[in-house]
Design a protein around this ligand. Structure first.
Ligand code: FMN
Length: 367
């Protein structure tokens, strides 16, 4: 298969945002699709993420007057047109030659907040130039803390408005789906943000220690690190990858500005609960006024409606963005966002929700 088969138009038949997921396998190699679509282990959490949405129905309301309805919201000081953010997704040149640059252009065109990954194929500076005004930088800790701080400094200098520290992927085993599809990270694909890291001190490998624990020990997240990051930057700090209400409370007490309830789209520990299942419990412990975002499993505007009803202020879109990217580049991503918004607005209109704040759990029926 040619490396990229991206169209320069929207193919007919894309009626819903999720249609991009069905089309994607015809537009990228089987190997790359395996890497993007796969979860960890036996994909139990990956499937639970989808099942969790089908366990809720939306209750319509016939006497709704939504002539003045709006999807606008305020998030950590930013005024957003709608509650769909694009989640950090590594190595987007696997899906399209312009990778994150094309995604950023779609964000600018649709007034969408982009969260750019540490592991992007283009530098954060190049992405920022294309991304419009709403952009956050997703941070992975580096072996050397000086390099971590340097990434934050670069994010500040290139106009990112918040740091999103991902804490749920300290150790990841290769995905069975990716391996079975024959995926290998291409030799020429290296995270563009990380070309000038401090050479790590050669560590003496303790053969007695398991590989998992060794990797984990290198990437361990503790309260001190979070405090140091908070002292270093004035940008708001969000923590991504929270599922445990006790962790959520401890993080809030540390002074972070927001949390993202996420299981990394089912790509870390297989068997953890669907993010949606933990969302309302986490909202309960952090209180109503705390910034709480959500991702994992969203494939439609009505999924987003359900997540917001269960306590999220806004949601992040993961795989769907790269599926749209490989089908029709920036145009596809912009179109996917437009479809998500339409689906979401339909749910608002038919339930009588005039604003994001009106979307409450009472609009859902379980079972
Ligand atoms: C191919 C791929 C790459 C990802 N790369 C990152 C990353 O670099 N940083 C990060 O915090 N999360 C990363 N994630 C997780 C997403 O940000 C997000 O949590 C997840 O995709 C949401 O689930 P969904 O794909 O079902 O929407 C990645 C996910 C995928 C599928």
């Amino acid at each position: 298969m040619a490396k990229y088969k991206t169209l320069n138009h929207i193919p007919s038949g894309v009626l819903n945002a999720s249609d991009y997921e069905s089309l994607a396998p015809s537009f990228i190699s089987n190997e790359n699709f395996g890497y993007i679509s796969g979860g960890s282990g036996f994909d139990k959490t990956l499937h639970q993420n989808r099942i969790s949405f089908s366990q809720y129905n939306i209750i319509p309301s016939v006497f709704s007057d939504v002539r003045n309805a709006s999807t606008k919201l305020e998030l950590l000081g930013e005024s957003l047109e709608h509650p769909f953010l694009l989640a950090p997704l590594a190595y987007q040149t696997l899906a399209h030659k312009n990778g994150e640059i094309a995604t950023a252009q779609a964000c600018e065109a649709t007034d969408t907040l982009m969260v750019a990954s540490t592991l992007s194929s283009y530098t954060m500076e190049d992405i920022s130039k294309n991304a419009g005004s709403h952009k956050w930088f997703q941070l992975y800790l580096q072996d050397n803390f000086k390099d971590t701080l340097n990434l934050i400094k670069r994010a500040e200098n290139s106009g990112y408005k918040a740091i999103v520290l991902t804490i749920d992927a300290s150790v990841q085993l290769p995905s069975r789906t990716a391996i079975n599809a024959g995926f290998k990270m291409p030799n020429d694909l290296y995270p563009a943000n990380l070309t000038d890291l401090t050479p790590s001190i050669t560590e003496t490998i303790d053969e007695q220690k398991s590989e998992v624990f060794r990797i984990f020990a290198k990437n361990v997240i503790n309260k001190e690190i979070i405090k140091k990051i908070k002292e270093f930057t004035n940008l708001p700090l969000l923590i991504k990858g929270v599922l445990n209400p006790n962790d959520a409370l401890a993080l809030k007490e540390l002074g972070v500005e927001g949390l993202i309830v996420s299981n990394h789209g089912g790509r870390t520990l297989d068997g953890v609960p669907a993010s949606l299942v933990m969302l309302a419990k986490i909202r309960q412990v952090v209180g109503d006024d705390f910034c709480l975002l959500f991702d994992s499993g969203i494939r439609s505007g009505d999924d987003a409606f359900k997540a917001i009803a269960l306590g999220a202020n806004a949601v992040l879109i993961g795989r769907l963005q790269v599926y749209a990217l490989c089908v029709a580049g920036a145009l596809g991503v912009a179109h996917m966002i437009k479809l998500l918004r339409q689906e979401f607005e339909l749910s608002m209109a038919l339930t009588g929700a005039n604003s994001i704040e009106d979307i409450k759990e009472s609009l859902l029926q379980k079972g």
